[in-house]
Design a binder for this molecule. Structure first.
Ligand code: AHR
Length: 533
């Protein structure tokens, strides 16, 4: 038996042997949920997406072309559409990223063969000898077709770095002006879309402190005001201003202070973008091959997101007491040093393992717990990139372990937070700096009608846990179902050859009086779906 087959067999054996927790056995941890005291709405948009003209994300990942032998819908990879639909992908951010501030939307309309070939921000980072110029075959009409096929709301990042307010406003009008009004609406119709796109979410630039223009916050605030003052509001907009580089050592609080100071007296944006990468690029921690210490290092760095959200929210509150502006975490994910690309030209594509799935669960638990502060979040990026749900090359396609976490956690989308107390003791774990404390269990819960969803993450590489989840206020469950995502091998991944190595399986959860009881394996995520009486 080869190593992979052995690991698979031993995983299945271990899982089927898991004992169902008995009421009489004292649990390691008792969590208390208060379903009667539900809190903020968990916007479906927290489970959002992002695709950029970068490496193999758009071309080959999303767009295979109308004449491709790969199953497609008008040139869009069918499997991508089907799977994004399946997880109810709520939104899609495009065209960048850094690409956005060099993108001129007119290059991407009209007959494909007539579209110009243009410079792509990322071509300078491509391996030598590979033509990475932009064909513009995937433009606004193709993007809108993709959004409609998935059922996702478009979120467009407009060009502030090398564009003008006029170019921005014309793009908005081209998208949103009703049929039969502006010449731009007639042009849109001539290009195949009579009806307006109704794009609501507009990002006013991207990383304007970096690739989007290397601006200071007060410079960007001036640009922001200039770009939005004459915004053609055919569709009530949700405008997102460029926010901080949250993964900076100091959390980049200075950007937030500087922007809001400079915006005094002006209309504040609806959203303030926050980028937070669990950034391993300055280290030697690899994507696919790593040690236990490196497992914990990634999770520890990822958990910093919670403090970054709290710090920026509190800083924003000093200028905006009613919190008109909410955070938009429009780029997040674990970013490893290069080395595990699908193919060298698919820069930034990286191996996704069980570790990244666990990181995703920890991130979603944070977002759920802070749902009132966050209007949207977008994973970077959905396919063939940093923290992807999918890897594709030609006719090969695979769902990564991260995809399965999106699938499990979607039970929270559009539900209401349920307060919980989680007394799990912290773990003392090895990390690059020596030792660190890590929460022994992560949890979040939500309710929709009488349906309760609880998600749990056990980050420990050593200890399984016996859990009791007590429902406060006399609430009783009538039925509970569990699903479990784990693997014996912390480095387990899904490959083109072995696409189902990591995938959820049913997991026993017992309803005992006013509680749910289960055993939680190590290095695992669990979803519990439960009907309340
Ligand atoms: O997601 C990759 C890049 O990361 C984006 O283009 C940029 O916004 C960020 O720095």
């Amino acid at each position: 038996m080869d190593r992979r087959a052995f690991l698979k067999a031993s995983t299945l054996a271990a899982l089927s042997a898991l004992p169902v927790a008995r009421a009489s056995v004292a649990p390691d941890i008792e969590i208390t949920l208060s379903p009667g005291e539900s809190g903020a709405l968990i916007s479906p948009h927290l489970y959002g997406h992002f695709i950029e003209h970068l490496g193999g994300v758009i071309y080959d990942g999303v767009w295979v072309g109308r004449n491709s032998s790969i199953p497609n819908v008008d040139g869009i990879r069918k499997q991508f559409v089907d799977d994004m639909k399946r997880i109810s992908a709520p939104n899609l951010r495009w065209p960048g990223g850094c690409f956005a501030d060099g993108y001129h939307w007119r290059d991407g309309i009209g007959k494909a063969s007539d579209r110009p070939r243009t410079y792509n921000f990322w071509q300078q980072r491509m391996p030598a000898g590979i033509d990475a110029t932009e064909t513009n075959h995937f433009g606004i009409h193709e993007f809108m077709r993709l959004c409609r096929l998935i059922g996702a709301e478009p979120y467009i990042a407009a060009n502030v770095g090398s564009g003008s307010p006029r170019e921005f406003h014309e793009w908005v009008s081209y998208c949103n002006a009703p049929a039969g009004t502006l010449s731009l609406a007639a042009e849109r119709a001539a290009n195949g879309d009579v009806q307006p796109f109704g794009v609501r979410y507009w990002g006013v630039g991207n990383e304007s402190w970096g690739c989007g223009g290397t601006m200071r916050p007060e410079e960007y605030a001036a640009k922001y005001r200039q770009f939005v003052t004459q915004f053609p509001a055919y569709t009530e907009p949700f405008l997102v201003a460029t926010g901080p580089r949250g993964h900076s050592a100091d959390g980049d609080i200075g950007w937030t202070t500087g922007f809001f100071q400079a915006m005094r007296g002006a209309t504040l944006p609806n959203g303030f973008s926050l980028h937070f990468y669990t950034d391993l690029r300055p280290t030697k921690v690899k994507a696919g091959d790593f040690t236990a210490l490196e497992w914990y290092e990634v999770l520890l760095r990822g958990l910093r997101l919670e403090k970054v959200i709290e710090d920026h929210w509190s800083e924003m509150g000093k200028f905006d007491a009613t919190h008109r502006t909410r955070l938009v975490l429009d780029e997040w994910g674990v970013w490893y040093p290069p080395g595990s690309e699908i193919t060298p030209a698919y820069i930034l594509s990286q191996t996704i393992t069980l570790r990244d799935a666990v990181h995703t669960g920890l991130t979603f638990d944070i977002l759920n717990r802070h749902a009132e502060k966050i209007a949207m979040a977008n994973v970077a990026q959905s396919i063939n990139c940093i923290h992807s749900l999918f890897r594709a090359q030609g006719d090969k396609f695979v769902r990564t372990p991260v995809y399965h976490v999106f699938d499990m956690y979607r039970q929270h989308m559009g539900a209401h937070q349920v307060p919980l107390s989680n007394p799990a003791p912290e773990l003392n774990v090895p990390v690059l700096a020596g030792q660190a404390r890590l929460p022994g269990l992560s949890a979040s819960a939500s309710i929709r009608g009488r349906r309760l969803a609880v998600t749990l993450v056990n980050p420990s590489l050593d200890a399984a846990l016996s859990l009791r989840i007590r429902l406060a206020g006399g609430t009783r469950a009538t039925e509970a179902r569990g699903s479990l995502l784990t693997h014996q091998d912390m480095r387990a991944t899904n490959t083109f050859a072995d696409p189902d190595e990591v995938k959820p399986i049913a997991h026993p959860v017992r309803v005992v009086a006013d509680a749910l009881e289960l055993r939680m394996p190590k290095q695992a995520l669990v979803l519990i779906e439960c009907e309340l009486g």
